[in-house]
Ligand binder design. Sequence first.
Ligand SMILES: [Zn+2]
Length: 388
Amino acid sequence: MVTGDANYIKKFNRDIILQKIIEHGFISRADLSKITGLNKATISVQVTDLLAEELIYETEQEHTTIGRRPILLSLNPKAGYVLGVDLDYKQIQYTLADLLGNPVMTDMINLETDNYEEIIQLLIQQIKNYQMKCPESRYGLVNIVIGIHGTINKDTNSILFVPKYQWSNKQIKNDLQKDIKIPIVIENNANLSTYAERVFYHYNCDNLITLMISSGIGAGIMIDGKLQRGYHGYAGEFGHMIIAPEGEQCPCGNKGCWELYSSESILIKKIEEDQQRSISYEDIQQLIDDQHQKTLNHFNHFINFLSIGINNIINIFNPDIFVLTSKLLSIYPDSVNEIEEKLQSSVSQYGKIVLSNLDNHSCVMGACAVAIQNFLDVPELILTPPEI
Ligand SMILES: [Zn+2]
């Protein structure tokens, strides 16, 4: 809501100017004025402030024809750094990134414990390490976002439930902020992945579904540009859609849940049973390359069941872009075509189905993007895809 309050308007103008500078990469004051509709005096005052804050810098345009070379403005990505954290089961992924989302450090750390208090202490210790390792900059480490593989309470401060750890009602934000003074945000991992897809790849898309297929199946749902959480924060638990009446028993209490047929761990388990050994993604890639018939049959079965659930989701949401995040689908040739061939309903409508480019970095990159947006306080963020 725009009010007559001068500070509010000043802040509103500042945010929109900063957003446009990020979006364009390099832009002159005159073009900023044209794009935002703000007059040149307002642009000038705001730009002076942003330069003093070292959030932007000036540079002369190269390769111009005759005349004065225009001064261009650009975001200073090295003014500060953000930390994205993906707190998965038995492992934590950290990415330290600059203000344009370029990763400067990424680590995967295995967890030996599933005890909440011990993990909190580890997180505190490791976050402090990143604070120390952060390159020298005006603001240092400015914001931390942690992806949780479970449900977040509506207050966005606490965990409602994390199935794999069996944690319920944990005040994780408060527990961390007792020792960490940098602002921390917690968010569901699928929501962060969806946010990453939008910020780095599909910024024109307002109706986006991101399906995360790993040991279970979860999803982030964006409708009309807004992430959907549902009443308790459980929205997107598609893995527990029932697709087989009187099917296999699920730990959730029901029978025939989708993720009992279409999660990566189910497919891996079947291939391992055949091979009588534990297998890696590289082994599976080799079996596919060798055209190993039993493995291909398992993939066929997996894709069949996957398509049933995707069909159902498409009918509910009519998405523009449907992103699939799955390492197994990305190594299996033509997986998207095979899925699309099975979507035969004339009623189901969607824009397109794509594989995620971010793979298992999507949560941590979404966390970095949210952290950047929190720090810069811009209404929207569009960033160049990271090199990962
Ligand atoms: Zn279930």
